[in-house]
Design a protein around this ligand. Structure first.
Ligand code: ZN
Ligand code: ZN
Length: 339
């Protein structure tokens, strides 16, 4: 079978590998579609923390179960599934509380171990969820990305009628905003990029703001009928943006940091305290979040079109990965199709 391997930064190539043999607790997936994530770009350019080479990338995976291990239910055979990329230890205190998304010994397919940029992948049966036939493989491959947003919304307990601003209109921000809308919230999206603002406004049919405008906070409050946001969800990983988040919320509001900034953050404590701010980190997603996204896809409350603007073939994407993916400025979200 064919695998696309990232040998070291700036080197990605096809190799022939044997079809994986599965363990008792695994299923063998024929890969059908894989979403391309920021990780798959940063790993190529050598900017991904906690990453080792060589690695087969791809963690947003939809596959068809072609074989089941002796401890896996046989009725999964022939079933389309989505992969939960985070393999959790099951015994640490976080896992025992059901927070497998922040397991102390977490390992992700496509990051810490090989992922979906290949024809077949052996995956633990605990890490696959059957996908109904009404959800096409390309959409199913994006369930993981939307689940990050579903998790952030669950952490924030976002509700109908709440004023929510999502800062950062990349795929994670777009997914987060789409889920908040599906929850019935009044959602605004802010991004410094005009192209991203235009994309968000078009696919989500909402108002967008530019954080670099002098009257950004006034505009925000105007959009929310004279009030600041109940919740800000920041998907930028940008220090200035995250520092400013406390200025965007009303008294009693919440901040959810989805994007990761590698360094120290500072918040103005008088503002933070005065508002009795709830500060929340959101990392990865759990089974429950994946199920929520599957339900929203089935109800057509969300669509993969919110993110996807380019599609590729597995047989050719590796030949020009740098231009078609890494340096492709018009790419919002790409999906790779497998034959
Ligand atoms: Zn991802
Ligand atoms: Zn654990």
């Amino acid at each position: 079978m064919k695998s696309l391997i990232c040998e070291e930064p700036f080197s990605i190539q096809y190799i022939e590998t044997p079809k994986p043999a599965i363990q008792a607790d695994e299923v063998l997936l024929k890969i059908k579609a894989v979403g391309i994530c920021g990780t798959d770009i940063h790993a190529f350019t050598g900017n991904q923390p906690f990453f080792s080479y060589p690695r087969i990338l791809g963690h947003e995976i939809c596959g068809l179960v072609e074989e089941t291990g002796t401890d896996a239910p046989a009725d999964l055979l022939g079933q389309f599934v989505v992969v939960i990329p985070a393999v959790a230890c099951g015994v640490c205190p976080a896992c025992k509380e059901g927070k497998t998304n922040c397991c102390e010994a977490i390992s992700l397919y496509g990051v810490h171990q090989d992922g979906g940029f290949q024809d077949y992948l052996a995956v633990k049966v605990s890490n696959v969820i059957p996908v109904p036939n009404s959800i096409a493989p390309a959409a199913a491959s994006l369930i993981e990305c939307f689940a990050i947003g579903a998790h952030a919304n669950r952490r924030a307990q976002s509700q109908a009628g709440e004023n929510i601003v999502v800062v950062g209109a990349g795929p994670i921000g777009l997914g987060t905003a789409a889920i908040a809308q599906a929850n019935g919230a009044n959602v605004m999206v802010a991004d410094v990029s005009e192209a991203r603002r235009e994309h968000a406004a078009k696919v989500l049919n909402l108002k967008t703001l530019n954080p670099l405008d002098d009257d950004y906070i006034e505009q925000l409050s105007q959009c929310f009928g004279g009030r600041l946001a109940c919740t800000v969800m920041d998907a930028t990983g940008n220090k200035a943006s995250m520092t400013n988040s406390v200025n965007l919320i009303r008294h009693g509001g919440k901040i959810v940091f989805i994007g990761l900034y590698i360094g120290d953050l500072q918040l103005d404590d008088p503002t933070f305290h005065k508002k009795e701010t709830t500060l929340i980190a959101s990392r990865n997603a759990t089974h429950e979040d994946f199920m929520r996204v599957i339900q929203l896809f089935e109800n057509r409350a969300i669509s993969e079109k919110v993110m996807v603007n380019q599609e590729f073939d597995f047989d050719t994407i590796g030949l020009d990965y740098e231009n078609k993916v890494v340096n492709n400025k018009s790419l919002v979200k790409g999906v790779i199709h497998f034959s």
